[in-house]
Ligand binder design. Structure first.
Ligand SMILES: O=C(O)CCC(=O)C(=O)O
Ligand SMILES: [Fe+2]
Length: 249
């Protein structure tokens, strides 16, 4: 219980979480959040319905929609052979621009962060250089988005995002109920890790030395979505969108 009300548990200033990883609380305003949730509604009735991907025969508790590519463990394909064999919707042009804005903001946080240069880990990583972490909006070109819906019982175990050939950063956007996100290290699922409450509108970026860090979602906090967007969250829960760069063509 001591940790529950620790000072940093509710500190929502943008910050470098680990070399390469940046949290941008409140990146999307209420209007942008409801606009995005309306797009999610449209995608739900797209050619490939939200589905629970099988991992080693077990369905994930989140339901996923892919844009640009269809993902299943170990591969990206244009068609959802394991769902209905339809071709997924394209990766939207506007989402690339949004991803670049997130990357630009993350780069600013890194450049302005005494923390990044002065943190104990930076002695290893060297001075924080946003571009060295892949945080360069002029080159960032994601080609897939995975849109995950978490209901009150969904979670995601600690894992690496490693089915992409291109090591460009992953950009994550959260909408709806708060997610209990855990961001760890590249060596194992265990400590050190940091627990972060990803609230509606938050962005999180991990690239460079953090690109292959283990991370997961321990659960969501039901009924924490902002009032203004609840109407767009049919049935409640949390939406997480991750943009990635497959490096495939
Ligand atoms: O929901 C999140 O915040 C993380 C999602 C994630 O790690 C993934 O989709 O690979
Ligand atoms: Fe992931």
């Amino acid at each position: 219980m001591d940790a529950l009300f620790a000072d940093d548990a509710f500190d929502r200033r943008p910050r470098v979480i680990a070399p390469g990883a940046v949290w941008l609380p409140g990146f999307l305003d209420a209007q942008a959040q409801s606009w995005l949730l309306r797009r999610v509604e449209e995608w739900r009735s797209g050619p490939v319905p939200p589905h629970s991907t099988l991992i080693a025969g077990h369905p994930m508790s989140v339901r996923t929609i892919g844009l640009g590519w269809h993902w299943r463990p170990g591969r990206y394909e244009r068609r959802a052979a394991d769902v209905n064999d339809e071709q997924v919707l394209p990766f939207p042009e506007w989402m690339m621009r949004l991803g670049r804005k997130v990357v630009a903001s993350a780069a600013e946080v890194v450049a302005g962060s005494a923390d990044a240069a002065g943190s104990p880990t930076s002695a290893v990583a060297g001075p924080a250089d946003p571009a060295a972490w892949g945080l360069d909006p002029t080159v960032y070109s994601p080609d897939v988005a995975l849109v995950n819906h978490y209901d009150a019982h969904a979670r995601m175990g600690m894992h690496q995002d490693r089915d992409e050939v291109d090591p460009a950063p992953v950009v994550s956007l959260s909408l709806g109920d708060t997610g209990l996100f855990r961001f760890g290290n590249t060596r194992s699922r265990n400590r050190p890790f940091e627990d972060i409450r990803l609230a509606s509108g938050d962005a999180f970026v991990f690239g460079g030395p953090a690109r292959f860090a283990y991370h997961g979602v321990r659960g969501i906090v039901p009924d924490t979505a902002p009032e203004a967007i609840r109407d767009h969250l049919l049935g409640g829960g949390r939406i997480n969108i991750t943009m990635r760069t497959t490096g495939l063509r």
